[in-house]
Write a protein that binds this ligand. Structure first.
Ligand code: XBP
Ligand code: MG
Length: 238
């Protein structure tokens, strides 16, 4: 069967959200809570090895502030910090501060017009996805996506395959009839573990990662059109 659906990662793939989006939003939440944590650009690059904002904060505390986790309500504090971080991040998205990466709008539009099925598989919080799409693509763009898999709906985040398997089940498609687009080694591992042919578009933090197993590794999607994607998928199958 030919290509039926494209499944997109969000952070780093649709938009370069991490360094100037999620990172300052975490820092704003820490500051608001009078917590002496600050994640600079390099430290945040290291912390990205842990996917999921709540999981990332817990990992940071384990390694840099173990006393924090000794509080009986540490989990609740992490949940509250994460809700504040999401509020700050959504405000940045709504202010139009985080544009989509080059070529993303064109590829999504081309795929939508061609009747290809579209889906999202991401680690981030669902509102972050819907707000990014409506603020940076078009108010009705959420409707282009048949399935949005995001955040805590699966027990294990990327690099586990859970989120891609969840999306595939809802699409009712076999992995070989789809193609995933990712920006990170963790994302690629997750997609490949779900047996999805995957194209990588590297982002600021991920450019030096190991992308063994990808169909192609591109610096961005600026010159990648739907026929190119179909060809990559076709070559994989033959
Ligand atoms: C994205 C993530 C997320 C975001 C923060 O990874 O790891 O944790 O950094 O989002 P991917 P939340 O691109 O592989 O999905 O704070 O909403 O968890
Ligand atoms: Mg990503």
């Amino acid at each position: 069967m030919s290509l039926q659906a494209l499944i997109f990662d969000v952070d780093g793939t649709l938009a370069d959200t991490e360094r100037d989006g999620h990172r300052p939003a975490f820092n704003a939440a820490f500051e608001e809570a009078a917590l002496a944590w600050h994640w600079d650009v390099d430290l945040y690059g290291e912390l990205l090895a842990v996917t999921g904002g709540k999981e990332r904060m817990r990992f940071y505390a384990e390694h840099h502030d173990p006393g924090f986790l000794a509080q009986p309500d540490a989990d609740e504090i992490i949940r509250r910090l994460h809700a504040a971080k999401t509020r700050h991040y959504l405000a940045m998205l709504e202010a139009g501060q985080i544009p989509l990466r080059p070529g993303v709008t064109e590829l999504l539009l081309e795929a939508h017009v061609a009747g290809l099925r579209l889906a999202i598989a991401t680690t981030t919080t669902p509102e972050n996805v819907t707000t990014l799409l409506s603020a940076s693509l078009a108010p009705e763009a959420i409707d282009w996506f048949e399935v949005i898999g995001a955040g805590d709906i699966v027990p294990k985040k990327k690099p586990a395959p859970d989120i891609y398997l969840w999306v595939l089940e809802r699409l009712g498609l076999a992995p070989e009839d789809c193609l995933a687009i990712e920006d990170s080694a963790n994302g690629l591992k997750s997609a490949v573990a779900a047996r999805l042919p995957t194209v990588v578009t590297t982002s600021g933090y991920t450019v030096d990662e190991d992308f063994t197993g990808a169909l192609a590794v591109l610096p961005d999607l600026a010159s990648t059109q739907l026929p190119d994607i179909r060809l990559m998928h076709q070559i994989k199958k033959s």
